[in-house]
Design a protein around this ligand. Sequence first.
Ligand code: FMN
Length: 457
Amino acid sequence: MTDHPLVRPHAQVHFGVFFQGVNHTTIWSDPESGSQTDFASFERVVRTAERGLFDAFFLGEGLRLRESRGRLHDLDVVGRPDAVTQLAALAAVTERIGLVATQNTTYNDPADLARRLQSLDVLSGGRAAWNVVTTDNAWTGANFRRGGYLDHAERYERAAAVLRTARAIWDAFPDAGDDVSRVEVAGSALRTPADVAIDPTTPRSPQGHPVIFQAGDSPAGRDFAAAHADVIFSAHGSVLDDALAFAADVRRRVVAAGRPEDDLKIFPGTSIIVGDTPADAEEKARWVRSQQVTPATALSIVGNVWGEDLSGYDPDGPLPAHDPVVEELGGERGSATTGARTREIAQKWRAISEAEGLSIRQLVIRNSGERGFVGTPSTVAEELTRWVRTGAVDGFNITPWIVPSGLDDIVDRVVPELQERGAYRTAYEGTTLREHVGLREPLTRRAAAADVEAPAA
Ligand SMILES: Cc1cc2nc3c(=O)[nH]c(=O)nc-3n(C[C@H](O)[C@H](O)[C@H](O)COP(=O)(O)O)c2cc1C
């Protein structure tokens, strides 16, 4: 392990919790697993996180159900309630914790999004955030009025226009007695047929605007976050050198966008498994992995690449000897690697399997890779503190390994270890999410106060 200097020797660890509701990143088929859609599960997790003084409770978004060769993919949880609706209900059973809704900019209307997110912010007393995503497959687009799809660059251009419009709407809400201030947007910026003139409808909350998160890892995605977001939700939460390289890259982009380099907070997704001894923790982590990637799940994932039903294959045997029967991974499978060349993937997987002697299932377990943090509460606390103090991250967005009880260990055992080290709050100091995360004023309001231009889109 490389030794990295502790450039932020007093930095504090921050936590969010990512209630995924899909994927094989949580054990959903175990008898101990609760429902992934009942309100009681969400409530239990959010209350645990608030007891653990977390900054935020985070919900993703899937606007179309995943399919496998034309059939509903039923090997992980399917279907999630809308995040803003869900968080509005959770606002009523919590007092301090931030509430982050993933909402798509490719299909939503900015006036509608601005109104719904600002409503959540007002109703929760300034605890709302919007995780801006563009969504990466045409297959989702088919569900929407706009239909069709925008290419990668256009999606980020529209995302910038949608976010700029939402912020302008929030800023334009008049104080009592002021003239109505209308937000005019060219249809061309939003890729819609007509220009719009939007009257703001919702007052500002104690934190001014909802906090802005962003999730998207390409250079364009990172630039978008660097120019516009308060927090970047990344997938770089398992290997310290990788996280440090990511942090250096996004901070360069933040400075290039004209902002102080600490203006964008970095919260990677990760998981935490603790045990009484290092060996216990390792054993539990192995068991969790094997429960997440069941034999059927492994065969389905490999079958998606090969483009055929491999359920007759032995998951503990080798990969198919023949080449994939499709050229490209299809969007209809809901895969993040839509369009990838299947033969290239197959060749790479074969090389790894042969070099490391892996069966189909072992390979899928290896590929679904993010190991996260595994150890005793004390060693995990030590590692998390090190990550924050080397400047690799500002906090972690934790996916509980099982819902709804997977956060209990972290709150009851890891948080006290962090507090003993002076690396974690012992009470909420503020009431808003902006205060919990340690953010400055919203970007556009800062620019207005200083009478300077906001960073360009
Ligand atoms: C950590 C992470 C989490 C994401 N979560 C979601 C999500 O919940 N819903 C969604 O539609 N897209 C999600 N995305 C996908 C983004 O919307 C985006 O479409 C995708 O990453 C492609 O953009 P990129 O090429 O900039 O990475 C996520 C991306 C990342 C990196």
